[in-house]
Design a protein around this ligand. Structure first.
Ligand code: GLN
Length: 244
């Protein structure tokens, strides 16, 4: 009798094990990002949260997959998508002609700007004043690309936008070119720095997938449209960005 019970027990445990590992397992949807970009993606305790993380979760729900977030250097995000290490890049990614040669982009889900952060008493008041100055940027970002075109400027590249802001505060660079929303967060968190009125450029954020992956791209575009039409996208944005 005892033996029968244990055999039955083992059989049912094997069954449970099969259910939890085998056929029931959800497929994964891997998002590549750089979680140093508040309010779009940043660390909160052990979790990576933010606007992009919530959009990614909505896409995973749409696809019926489990979302896996891979945090990496910003300049590795597009490579991860290109090589198939990740299914999608969501990192406040600006759509550019050059990037479109290497990946496909979804419809845009946000508009943004590159802005200039300076010390409060700086003589830099417009983008033209950056000529001949030392400019801090995050490696591989559109800010980095534009800074390269400024006449006689020296460009200092950092792995994190926050490190460029630290360099500004320490007097190592004269200005930082960075996306407007992270800029607002960094200026709020640090004394003595400000964003100048005139933006450097205007751009659009979209989600990157491997070239030719139209199946996923269509699902992503569907999810973005649903988020927009239902007002959910605005809700997510309002949760992280307070209107001035
Ligand atoms: N929007 C900028 C870009 O695409 C910066 C993005 C980021 O730093 N995460 O290059």
């Amino acid at each position: 009798m005892k033996k029968l019970v244990s055999v039955l027990l083992m059989a049912s445990m094997t069954g449970l094990l099969l259910m939890s590992t085998g056929c029931g397992a959800k497929k994964q949807l891997v998002m590549a990002t750089n979680a140093e970009f508040p309010p779009y993606e940043f660390h909160e305790g052990d979790a990576i949260v933010g606007i992009d993380a919530e959009i990614a979760q909505a896409i995973a729900d749409e696809v019926g997959a489990e979302l896996v977030i891979e945090d990496m250097a910003f300049d590795s995000v597009l490579a991860a998508v290109q090589t198939g290490k990740a299914d999608m890049g969501i990192a406040g990614l600006t759509v550019t002609e050059d990037r479109l040669k290497n990946v496909d982009f979804s419809n845009p889900y946000a508009t943004a700007a590159q802005v200039i952060i300076v010390l409060n008493d700086s003589d830099i008041a417009t983008p033209d004043d950056l000529a001949g100055k030392t400019v801090g940027v995050q490696l591989g970002t559109t800010g980095d690309i534009y800074a390269d075109d400024i006449e006689d400027a020296t460009v200092e590249r950092y792995n994190k936008g926050f490190e460029a802001v630290q360099a500004l505060i320490q007097g190592k660079v004269d200005a930082v070119i960075i996306d407007n929303e992270p800029a607002k967060v960094f200026v709020e968190q640090n004394e003595g720095i400000k964003i100048i009125d005139e933006a450097f450029t205007y751009e659009e954020y979209a989600i990157a997938v491997k070239k030719g992956n139209t199946e996923l791209l269509n699902k992503i575009n569907d999810a973005i449209k649903k988020l927009q039409d239902s007002g959910k996208l605005q809700e997510i944005v309002d949760k992280y960005i307070t209107a001035e």
